[in-house]
Design a protein around this ligand. Sequence first.
Ligand SMILES: [Zn+2]
Length: 215
Amino acid sequence: MPKYKTMFTANPPLQVVKQKYPDHEKEKTRNWYSLSQLIAQNPLTYKSVRFICEGSIVSVSTNDNWYQYTCRKCKKKLMSDTPPFECRDDGLQPEPEISYCFRAIVADDTTTTPFVFFSPNADVVPNIKCSKLVKEQGYSNPKEIPPALESIKGKRHIFQFHFNQSSKKGIVEFVFDAFLDSPRPDTGKRPTFEDLDNTNEMDIKRQKSTPIIDE
Ligand SMILES: [Zn+2]
């Protein structure tokens, strides 16, 4: 017991607000913690909790594919990267969606941590749709990082993100949700980032074979 007590005091659980604030400026302050504080935590304690940090992307991983083919209906990753494209649940997908799935290292003032970026939330990061890069601009090699993704490095942002569900204590990866830098335009019809949650979690589960942290 005394040993447990020492550990607990050294690393107490963080105070978190689970509900999203409707006000954008207030939302920017919700669960603001440094990356070093967060990676010391047990990810299982913070299922579907959004965190905020201020930092920048320092590198984009070349070990993983930066895009993937996903099902138009359920948004999950398709069973292969080459035709015929097929979804486990929805069958053949002759015109699959092309979606971001890149990994990048984010740095704040305390440490660096791997993040994974999925469409549609990730579309705002290079500010160009993934299909446009691949199909219209011809960047079809999933291992070769296109200039548009290289250019995301070094810019300061307020990141909103959550723990990747497959993170374990000591092996942590975050999933990008949004930039909260500027007031969000009133788009009316667009789904909120909370609504898109489940899609992201499913994508990650499909990628189980991928290592969580880039060496
Ligand atoms: Zn599907």
